[in-house]
Design a protein around this ligand. Structure first.
Ligand code: SDX
Length: 380
């Protein structure tokens, strides 16, 4: 016991302010720099949302050109990154691959520079964030293709971010339906205030460590199945259940075993995740495009049964898992896709932390043994 008021998991605690996004469970809404995320997903390429989150405003044509000119040349997989990935065991998880790759990029890019006053300027860190943003798709695509014994597909500078990501993964120009669904998923995954991985990035940035170290730490946090790793687990759940008519018996067993059903629930949203309707609609276009009504039947049966029994609603990972499956990504690749999107939110928060920094260091209420002397010790 302790006389201090403990907030386990920091639930409901405001640790700092942010101007980047707002999650409002009462209105069930998410704003990026004041814009409803649904409107951004309907109208913007992911690159424009990246510039919005970094700089605070939707970009001008000149700013989009800056991103194209300064980002796209960094799409190719660099030799040192490829060598590091090839040095990993063949069965390494794609999240371990992308975490390792960012470490290599940081070692090369940052020369160990920290975020301290004499370190890189904000502009330099936006440029570094852009180079990292541009480099991640090749890393994800390389890992998937290597696991299938396929050679890497060189990036194309004439393609948008979403088109190029799918091109590098599958080696063919993607259908506009798939590009639109992928672009929407990236925008929806890009930012979500002080979620566990973003807060991890801010803790690391608050010590004036470097940008890439903060991103590596955030990747480690996102990997967990209570957070980003859930989208991969959703697909494992679908594979385990098999068909819509098996949902009831499966849930009976899962709930009897007190299992967490991946893709459901949220620490902040308690009446549904504001992003789900947009991603669910994108999933619907993919189900039609690939003629997979069976997958949608399973999705709807699990959602209906679990909401009826527990009153806990889907989060973004629930529609994203089957959507990425239909887009042809391997299940273990799903969370690296989340990384590729959330790197925008992480770097925006790292930049914001840098602007009005305070070392993040909470207190701990001691509940251990009362003070006692070491046997045999005597005062000098
Ligand atoms: C993301 O924070 C963010 O913004 C995250 C994110 C982002 O964009 O960054 O939105 C991305 O991480 C989404 C969440 C992905 N995780 C999952 O889908 C994993 C399954 N979900 C649960 O583990 C859970 O819902 C959490 C961790 C997401 C939130 O849990 P909380 O707020 O800590 O609440 P809790 O775990 O204490 O649950 C309260 C009750 C518990 O029952 P009791 O033990 O009190 O009887 O609800 C139950 C839980 O067991 N519950 C679930 C459940 N979620 C909550 N039971 C079964 N399955 C679930 N999914």
């Amino acid at each position: 016991m302790t006389e201090h008021e403990i907030h386990r998991g920091l639930a409901g605690i405001y640790a700092d302010s942010t101007a980047i996004s707002r999650v409002d469970p009462d209105s069930n809404s998410l704003l990026y720099r004041g814009y409803p995320v649904q409107q951004l997903a309907d109208t913007q390429p992911f690159e424009a949302v990246a510039l919005l989150l970094w700089n605070g405003e939707l970009p001008t044509q000149d700013e989009l050109e800056w991103l194209r000119v300064n980002g796209r040349p960094h799409r190719p997989l660099r030799d040192d990154v490829r060598a590091a990935l090839d040095a990993l065991p063949p069965g390494a998880h794609p999240m371990d691959e992308i975490r390792t790759a960012v470490s290599v990029i940081g070692a090369r890019e940052g020369e160990g520079e920290s975020l301290h006053e004499g370190g890189p300027t904000r502009e330099e860190n936006v440029a570094r964030s852009l180079r990292l943003f541009a480099a991640l798709p090749a890393i994800v695509a390389y890992g998937q293709r290597r696991r299938h014994g396929l050679t890497p597909v060189p990036p194309r500078e004439d393609l948008t971010y979403a088109q190029n990501f799918l091109w590098m993964t599958h080696g063919e120009l993607p259908d506009p339906v798939v590009v639109d669904a992928f672009n929407r998923s990236m925008i929806l995954y890009a930012e979500h205030t002080f979620n566990a991985s973003t807060f991890t990035a801010r803790v690391i940035a608050s010590t004036l460590s470097d940008l890439h170290s903060a991103v590596v730490g955030a990747i480690g946090a996102l990997k967990g199945p209570l957070h980003g790793g859930a989208n991969e687990m959703v697909m494992h759940t679908f594979d385990e259940i098999g068909t819509a008519d098996a949902v009831g018996p499966w849930l009976d067993q899962a709930l009897a075993a007190h299992r967490k059903i991946m893709g459901f629930g949220h620490r902040v949203y308690k009446h549904g995740d504001s992003r789900v309707p947009t991603m669910r609609a994108a999933l619907g276009t993919l189900v039609e495009h690939y003629d997979r009504p069976d997958l949608l039947a399973l999705y709807e049966a699990l959602e209906r049964e679990f909401v009826e029994r527990k009153g806990i609603y889907p989060n973004l990972d629930f529609p994203s898992g089957p959507a990425y499956h239909l887009m042809g990504f391997d299940t273990p690749t799903f969370t690296p896709l989340f990384v590729a999107a959330r790197v925008i939110g992480w770097t925006a928060h790292i930049l914001e932390q840098q602007e009005h920094n305070a070392l993040i260091r909470p207190l701990a209420a001691y509940t251990g043994a009362p003070e006692r002397q070491v046997p045999g010790w005597s005062a000098p």
